[in-house]
Design a protein around this ligand. Structure first.
Ligand code: ADP
Ligand code: MG
Length: 699
């Protein structure tokens, strides 16, 4: 239960004066929420910059083009002539050095009269312009009287906005929300407060929204940093709580005598790489231990994670238990089952797939067999965590591409068994510092080597003015029986962005190459996608036009050529993932990056990195260097994905400090008891990291 103390902050924004249904909708969009945002969401929406209104020159000395605050007396009004409503409403004003015109377009009747009564003294702020030799301010940002002016610092925050939402309206809403701020307990330990010079939370929130110095709203100010630390601590503590749950001693050890694993390894048409062997051994050891496994298996695309996952599953099946593998998309789930099924069959392991597509009788049958223990290893999507999916004895949960799943989903799968061991697969090489942020403390196995026999990929960047040549080259490759991916960024034609649309490209290539061309994109039905993919895998189609749905996991070793259109639009990590679809067989592969000129310096640097290396870890590091973590995970945002306030560049130090603090809390007060525990619960609720709390009951 949320501490009642926080209730005022969880009131809907529509409870504020001036926030109606229209603002509700705009704020939902701005703050990325499906439902009406709460006051806390407004307060955690931090300024992107400030306007400095402290310059207070006399009219005569005001510099055109700058923001000034003038102290003036209102002399006379000139409303627009009756039949010309497009003419502006002018207000003539002055100080003892000169005259200034205040200009209002489409002013509501009575508005300007009330704002600037003749003879009154006012403080007027805005950008000064010269018009016909006359000083002028069009739509002053701020017009206040002496009393109101005394309360202003002269520095106004500027917020990220969305179309239709006025800055003033957002400011007024945030100012009201600040008034509702309750007296919050301190959740950070005194040592950290002292070491980092953090102000109290109320001061931090107040100063970023009502800055006194220009630097107050910078991410490295003590105020912003305190909020970033709070956010990071909430994240780390939530991960630690989940982990503590998962780390409860496992009653039974989940591993057998190795007979199934031996059968699978014997059936493999290849030898396991050294790092695969190491990972398999580490997992077997984890499963033997009387604590639960929590292990991250990181490996670049094509490094062979699936077979490691299968061997882990086989180990628990040997002990009479079941395993499940959850993938984020249907294509990926089917890809896994395709790799797994033939090997499993040879070992007598019973596997099945469950996604949104298995329905009705088919689904009921799968569920019945699962509950009866007649399925050993179930592969699927989110469909696995639906309420009515029950296992007889789930002992191992493998979660693929985990950063797409939330804590809740991870827990939901592990709750379907007792003391379930967890293996997370990630194809995104994540620098170690970030592993912490996304996964918390986990044991890590890395698959650093590529399976033997892989050919290097020749990667080239080509301007799209040479599209015709590229199409000719693709034609020659098709005649030679090669298989080609053609990647386009978008599905539908977009008026605003001049990108090649997959459907349009498909049509034009089809005209040229006829039935050899197929199309697959994210908006197609699952069955249709699979059919096209299967045709491509079987060689019935030679040229597959696709959007990024082929980004992860899709495995057609015979495909050796990839053309990526508008390559400059993709993130590095995404380009790397895409390219990982080729170079999987024994033949040399080619990747053509088509780009549109002119290229920005950043795009040039990115394409260069991609051309020079296929080492995913190096690419991840370069990406980090070039743009910050957002793009490492293919998420386009300036901060850390999942974090609103913390920035990886500015607050890197704070990540480890927050983690240390979380670990110390777990050691000293794992039940979050007493006043500090109560304060920490507040923190978890404020940053919506309270998911793990119900698991631990009342404190
Ligand atoms: P990813 O790590 O991207 O999930 P996969 O598990 O899909 O990689 O493996 C990619 C391909 O490599 C598959 O076709 C798989 O059969 C093959 N493979 C896996 N391990 C080896 C190995 N040790 N030697 C050769 N091929 C391998
Ligand atoms: Mg895979």
């Amino acid at each position: 239960m949320r501490p009642p103390l926080l209730n005022p902050l969880f009131a809907p924004v529509t409870s504020l004066a001036g926030v109606g249904p229209k603002q509700d909708k705009l704020l939902r969009y701005l703050l990325g929420r499906d439902e009406t945002p709460r006051l806390v969401d407004l307060l955690l929406h931090l300024p992107s910059s400030v306007i400095d209104r402290r310059a207070r020159p006399k009219v005569r000395d005001a510099v055109p083009g700058t923001v000034v605050t003038l102290e003036i007396t209102v002399d006379r009004h000139r409303p627009p002539p009756p039949r010309n409503s497009r003419a502006p409403y002018l207000v003539y004003a002055s100080d003892d050095t000169g005259d200034v015109v205040l200009t209002f377009f489409r002013a509501k009747p009575g508005y300007v009269e009330k704002l600037l009564p003749v003879g009154a003294k006012r403080y007027v702020s805005g950008t000064l312009q010269m018009y016909d030799g006359m000083a002028q301010i069009v739509h002053p940002d701020r017009v206040v009287d002496e009393a109101a002016f005394a309360k202003l610092s002269g520095i106004d925050p500027v917020y990220p906005l969305t179309e239709g939402l006025a800055l003033g309206a957002l400011r007024r809403a945030i100012a009201q929300a600040l008034q509702k701020l309750p007296d919050l307990p301190e959740w950070i330990s005194p040592e950290v407060i002292r070491r980092c010079h953090f102000p109290p939370i109320e001061d931090a929130l107040t100063r970023v929204h009502v800055p006194i110095e220009l630097t107050d709203v910078l991410p490295d100010s003590p105020f912003w940093s305190r909020l970033a630390f709070d956010e990071l601590l909430a994240g780390q503590l939530a991960l630690a709580l989940v982990r503590a749950q998962l780390r409860r001693p496992a009653g039974n050890r989940h591993t057998g005598d190795g007979h199934l694993r031996k059968k699978i390894i014997d059936a493999l048409p290849y030898a396991l790489t050294t790092s695969q062997q190491k990972a398999v051994a580490a997992i077997a050891e984890d499963l033997r231990q009387p604590v639960r496994m929590l292990r991250l298996l990181q490996g670049d695309v094509g490094s062979g994670k699936t077979v490691v996952a299968l061997l882990a599953a086989a180990a628990v099946v040997e002990a009479g238990k079941q395993a499940a593998l959850m993938a984020p998309t249907e294509i990926l789930a089917r890809q896994h089952i395709k790799t797994i099924a033939p090997l499993a069959e040879r070992a007598g392991l019973r596997v099945a797939i469950l996604t949104g597509r298995e329905k009705g009788k088919e689904r009921r049958e799968i569920l019945a067999r699962l509950e009866a223990g007649e399925i050993d290893f179930l592969v699927g999507t989110h469909a696995l965590i639906q309420d009515d999916v029950a296992f007889k004895a789930l002992a191992l949960a493998v979660v693929d591409e985990q950063h797409r799943f939330g804590v809740r989903e991870r827990l939901a799968l592990t709750e379907k068994g007792e003391a379930v061991d967890v293996l997370v697969l990630s194809a995104t090489p994540i620098p170690r510092t970030l592993v912490l942020t996304y996964f918390g403390d986990m044991d890590i196995s890395e698959l650093r080597e590529k399976p033997a026999g892989r050919q290097p990929i020749d990667t080239r960047a080509v301007p799209d003015t040479r599209l015709d040549e590229v199409i000719e080259a693709v034609g020659r490759a098709l005649s030679a029986g090669k298989r080609v991916y053609w990647i386009c960024p978008l599905v539908e034609e977009s008026e605003t962005v001049n990108l090649t649309d997959a459907e349009a490209r498909f049509k034009s290539l089809q005209q040229r190459f006829g039935g050899q061309v197929g199309l697959v994109h994210g908006k197609m039905r699952g069955a249709d996608k699979d059919r096209v993919m299967a045709q491509f895998a079987a060689g019935e189609i030679g040229l597959l036009v696709a959007t990024t749905v082929v980004e992860v996991g899709v495995d057609v070793p015979a495909a050796t050529i990839m053309v990526i259109e508008n390559a400059e639009r993709f993130g590095l990590a995404q380009l790397h993932q895409l390219r990982g679809r080729i170079g999987r067989g024994s033949e040399a592969s080619t990747c053509l990056l088509l780009y549109r000129e002119p290229l920005s310096e950043m795009s040039k640097a990115r394409l260069k990195v991609i051309r020079e290396t296929t080492d995913g870890f190096r690419i991840a590091e370069e990406d980090l260097r070039l743009r910050g973590e957002g793009d490492v995970l293919g998420v386009r945002q300036s901060g850390l994905p999942g974090y609103r306030i913390a920035r990886s560049d500015v607050h890197a130090q704070l990540i480890t400090q927050a983690r240390d603090e979380a670990l110390r809390i777990m050691k000293e007060n794992p039940k979050l008891a007493g006043p500090r525990g109560e304060a920490l619960r507040c923190l978890l609720y404020l940053f919506e990291r309270d998911e793990a709390l119900p698991l631990m009951g009342a404190g």
